[in-house]
Design a protein around this ligand. Structure first.
Ligand code: NDP
Length: 251
């Protein structure tokens, strides 16, 4: 358990790290924390104004200059992922980390009423898109000395819960994919692949899922960063195919 990890300030010095869903919530906090620890961040998301605000915050703090990569997982094609890989190859030549964080809740609703189009959207954003993006970016990860790929799971990706529908299924798929890819790349490459379950965290998604809950009882995204830092940094070398919790289970 790495929830008390204290990262050295130069933990991610000279690393190039892609963060998806970097404009809000946990992704925003991770982009800031990684930049603060020396990384050049590629801020990926679908709302450019939000990405620009993270960009500005990083610049004002004097951390390495980030880059903005607008992409919507709904509607993104294999060609978009390939174009992205080509652009990143030209700009950086390698990728030292990916935090797959972008996520869509869909609806908390009885399965009988689950809308099939919404189901497909949730699967697209939470697992299918990230899978094909990862395939396109593998050559860039292989070009790194020490690459870390982190996927984002959830407690409903480990134990199903009524009404959570496609969201829960997509997180089970995420944990399965992490095991498959980690097993495949182990011994062949220096790429490690793991997942983090952030646990209940004070974001818009959590508020939508639990509208009656007092947000002040929840940890903030910034407070759960130790695990995100440890898993992205060199101290987690050799750890692959594992799942982590970014905070202790709630009472
Ligand atoms: P938020 O809703 O606050 O942020 C989600 C991010 O994903 C936003 O930046 C959003 O962009 C982006 N995103 C959503 N859809 C797309 C899309 N189609 N294409 C590109 N980007 C997209 O959620 P959290 O920060 O709470 O969640 C982050 C991750 O953590 C998710 O994977 C979630 O499932 C997981 N998680 C969160 C928990 C919590 O308690 N908060 C608990 C367990 C897991 P935009 O802002 O432009 O909409």
């Amino acid at each position: 358990c790495k929830i008390d990890y204290q990262a050295p300030t130069d933990l991610l010095k000279d690393r190039v790290i892609l963060v998806t869903g970097a404009g809000d919530g946990i992704g925003r906090a991770a982009a800031l924390a990684y930049a603060q620890h020396g990384a050049t961040i590629i801020l990926l998301g679908r709302t450019i104004a939000k990405l620009e605000s993270v960009y500005d915050e990083i610049e004002e703090a004097g951390w390495p200059q980030p880059a903005i990569f607008p992409l919507n997982f709904e509607g993104a094609t294999l060609k978009d992922y390939q174009d992205m890989a080509d652009t990143l190859h030209k700009e950086f030549g390698r990728l030292d980390g990916i935090l797959h964080n972008a996520g869509l809740l869909g609806r908390i609703t009885p399965f009988e009423q689950y809308n099939p189009q919404l189901w497909d959207q949730v699967m697209q954003v939470n697992i299918t898109g990230p899978v094909w993006m990862t395939q396109a970016l593998l050559p860039l990860l292989k070009a790194s000395q020490d690459a870390s790929v982190i996927f984002t799971s959830s407690s409903v990706g480990r134990k199903g819960r009524a009404f959570w529908g496609a969201y829960a299924v997509s997180k089970f798929a995420t944990e399965g994919f992490v095991e498959v890819l980690a097993d495949e790349l182990e011994n062949l490459t220096s790429i490690r692949v793991n997942s983090i379950n952030p646990g209940a965290t004070r974001t818009q998604m959590r508020k939508t899922a639990f509208p009656g809950e007092d947000p002040n009882t929840l940890r903030t995204p910034a407070e759960i960063m130790p695990t995100y830092l440890w898993l992205m940094g060199p101290e987690s070398q050799g750890t692959t195919g594992e799942r982590f919790d970014a905070q202790p289970p709630r009472q």
